[in-house]
Design a protein around this ligand. Structure first.
Ligand SMILES: NC(=O)c1ccc[n+]([C@@H]2O[C@H](COP(=O)([O-])OP(=O)(O)OC[C@H]3O[C@@H](n4cnc5c(N)ncnc54)[C@H](OP(=O)(O)O)[C@@H]3O)[C@@H](O)[C@H]2O)c1
Length: 333
C-alpha cells in the first residue's frame, strides 16, 4: 500500500514567496507517521482551510502542504486495537490540515486518538456537513445546556447567526426546545433566520450596546457568541441572573472588555469553547447528540456539495471574500 498513488491538493510556496495550488499525486509513504490510514470520502470547507490553502503561515507553517481540517471516510489500514479496516470514522480538529497533511486528498494517516467512530444514524456525508463548524456549534450548546440553561429559563441569544457556527447552533437550540433570538448579519437575512426557527431577529446595532453601562436590562437565559468584541460584552451584560454565555470565535474582534459586575452581581458564567483539542469523551458525547436528538431536518438546505478537489478553488475565493453561505462539503472518494 505504501507505494500506491492517490490524488491530493498540494499547496506550494514558490521561490518568490507566492503560493500556488494544484491537484497532484502523492503516495501513502508521503503521509506523516500515524496509527490509522483512512480512505477519505468527504471533507468540508472552513475559513481555516481557505487560509491554509492560500499560504497563511498562522495556520500552516510549512509547505508543500495539503489542507483540510475535516475528514470522513473508512479505515484502510490500522495499527491499533481501537479501529478495524472498513470501519467508518470521522476527524475534526487536532492538527489535521494545519501542520499535518489534511483531508483534501484521497488518503490521510493520523494518530488513533484523533479518530472518532462514526455515530450510528449519521452518514459520512452528514458528518462533514456538520464538520468543525457544526461540531463547534453543538459543543457550545452542550456546554451552555450542561451549565444549567433550560428552555423554561427564557430566550437564548445567538450572535453571528447567519454564519456556519451560528446557524447550526440556532437550529440545534430550536430543535432542543429553546426560544432563540438571532443577531442578523451586515446584510439583512431576517427571512433565512426565521426559516431556521428563530423566534425574533435583532440587528447588529441592537446587539452592540454603546451606553458604556456595566449592566443592562436582563434579557437572555443564555447566549452563544461567535463574534466577540462589544457584541460579546453586550451579551454578557444582558444575560439574566445565573445564565451562561459561550464564546468560540472572533469574527468581530479579538478583544473582550467587560466590567466584573455581570459575573459577581448576576452570577453569569462565561464558557470558552475549543473544538480543536476537545477531550475525546466530550467529543463523543457531542457527536452522539448531533446524530440523535439534535439531528437537524434541514441539513440539505444549508449544504453545497463540491464534486472533487478541483471544485474547491472557486469556493475558497468566495470564503476569503466573506461571501460564503452555509456549509460546503467536497466529495473526494
Ligand atoms: N473555537 C473553536 O474551536 C472554533 C471552531 C470553529 C470556528 N470558530 C470561530 O467561530 C467564528 C465563526 O465561525 P463561522 O464559521 O460561523 O464564520 P462565518 O460563517 O464567517 O460567520 C460569521 C458570522 O458573524 C457575522 N459577523 C462577521 N463580522 C461581524 C461583525 N464585525 N459584527 C457582527 N457580526 C459579524 C457574520 O455576518 P455577515 O454574514 O453579515 O458577515 C456571520 O453571521 C470564527 O471566528 C471562527 O474562527 C472557532
Amino acid at each position: 500500500m505504501e507505494n500506491s498513488t492517490f490524488k491530493a491538493m498540494i499547496v506550494t510556496e514558490n521561490a518568490d514567496k507566492t503560493f500556488s495550488r494544484e491537484i497532484g499525486e502523492k503516495r501513502i509513504s508521503d503521509l506523516p507517521e500515524g496509527d490509522v490510514v483512512i480512505k477519505v470520502e468527504y471533507s468540508s470547507l472552513n475559513y481555516k482551510d481557505a487560509l491554509s490553502a492560500t499560504g497563511n503561515k498562522g495556520v500552516s507553517r510549512n509547505y508543500p502542504h495539503t489542507p483540510g481540517i475535516d475528514a470522513a471516510g473508512t479505515v484502510a489500514e490500522s495499527n491499533c486495537d481501537r479501529f478495524t479496516v472498513g470501519e467508518e470514522v470521522l476527524i475534526t480538529g487536532y492538527d489535521l490540515g494545519m501542520n499535518t497533511s489534511g483531508g483534501y486528498q484521497e488518503y490521510i494517516r493520523v494518530p488513533e486518538n484523533w479518530v472518532v467512530k462514526l455515530p450510528e444514524n449519521l452518514s459520512l456525508r452528514e458528518a462533514m456537513i456538520y464538520g468543525t463548524a457544526g461540531f463547534t456549534a453543538a459543543l457550545s450548546c452542550y456546554k451552555m445546556i450542561g451549565n444549567g440553561v433550560t428552555p423554561g429559563d427564557g430566550p437564548v441569544l445567538v450572535t453571528g447567526a447567519t454564519g456556519g457556527v451560528g446557524s447550526i447552533a440556532l437550529s440545534i437550540l430550536v430543535k432542543a426546545g429553546y426560544e432563540v433570538v438571532a443577531v442578523n448579519g451586515i446584510v439583512d437575512e431576517t427571512d433565512y433566520l426565521l426559516k431556521l426557527g428563530a423566534k425574533e431577529v435583532i440587528s447588529i446595532e441592537e446587539a452592540d450596546d454603546q451606553s458604556g453601562r456595566p449592566l443592562l436590562r436582563p434579557r437572555w437565559a443564555g447566549a452563544i457568541d461567535t463574534v466577540a468584541g462589544n457584541i460579546l460584552s453586550t451579551a454578557i451584560k444582558t444575560t439574566k441572573y445565573g445564565g451562561s454565555v459561550t464564546c468560540c470565535g472572533n469574527v468581530g474582534s479579538a478583544e473582550l472588555s467587560s466590567s466584573i459586575y455581570p459575573f459577581i452581581i448576576n452570577g453569569v458564567s462565561l464558557l470558552g469553547i475549543d473544538s480543536v483539542n476537545c477531550p475525546v469523551d466530550t467529543r463523543m458525547a457531542v457527536w452522539n447528540r448531533i446524530a440523535s436528538d439534535w439531528k437537524l431536518d434541514h441539513l440539505e438546505a444549508i449544504t453545497t456539495e463540491l464534486d472533487g478537489l478541483e471544485a474547491l478553488d472557486e469556493r475558497i475565493s468566495l470564503i476569503l471574500q466573506g461571501k460564503n453561505r452555509g456549509r460546503a462539503i467536497v466529495k473526494i472518494g
